[in-house]
Unconditional design. Structure first.
Length: 209
């Protein structure tokens, strides 16, 4: 009888271990959830750096920056990413790298005493255009998605409404405008750009000459 009880006890322990392993595996965030978190953390980090550079915070947001870089490193080794997820990951990393370069320059200017007007110093970077090239806007969903996210983010930074700007509506508008421009100009590609000037977002399209 004691032998049977020992066997039963061992089996119960093994089941408990297996159950814990399954629970831990289920609690791991999916790649899509990690990408959503990365995008949100990058947006939050930019806001926190803006607050710091404007003098409303004493320390740079290094904790948030560390979280962003941890997720970036984890996703870089993620082998289960689909092509679309890998494309989105690369776009988010490129956006973060661009912000990082701006923050480093601004930090260097502050250390060298050239920080009389942080908001005005950021203006040239805000006014530089982000350009996207579309061959076929109906099929090139990845490019249109990046264009859409860039436009929405610029509008949010400038306090402009984005509630009525769904991706489906934007995709349809870009496709129709792209086809009309290509037919009128007799070209194969269209350049779309998102620019912030004087605190307002400008969205333009032009044909490739």
């Amino acid at each position: 009888m004691p032998i049977r009880e020992n066997k039963f006890a061992r089996r119960m322990k093994e089941r408990q271990k297996n159950t814990k392993k399954l629970v831990l595996r289920d609690e791991q965030p999916t790649p899509e959830e990690q990408l959503n978190r990365l995008e949100e953390d990058i947006r939050r980090l930019k806001v926190e750096f803006d607050i710091y550079f404007n003098g409303a915070a004493r320390r740079p947001p290094y904790d948030t920056k560390g979280r962003v870089e941890t997720v970036i490193k984890r996703l870089a080794d993620e082998r289960t990413l689909t092509f679309a997820q890998r494309y989105r990951y690369n776009s988010l990393v490129a956006r973060y790298t661009s912000f990082l370069q701006l923050w480093r320059r601004t930090m260097q200017d502050r250390e060298e005493g050239r920080h009389g007007a942080p908001a005005r110093r950021a203006a040239p970077a805000e006014e530089s255009a982000r350009t996207f090239v579309c061959d076929d806007a109906r099929k090139d969903i990845g490019t249109v998605r990046n264009l859409y996210e860039t436009l929405v983010e610029a509008k949010r930074r400038c306090g402009e409404p984005t509630d009525d700007l769904s991706f489906a509506r934007f995709h349809r508008m870009v496709a129709e405008k792209s086809e009309a421009l290509k037919e009128r100009a007799g070209c194969d590609r269209v350049h779309f750009s998102v620019t912030v000037q004087d605190g307002r977002v400008q969205f333009k399209a032009k044909v490739e000459k």
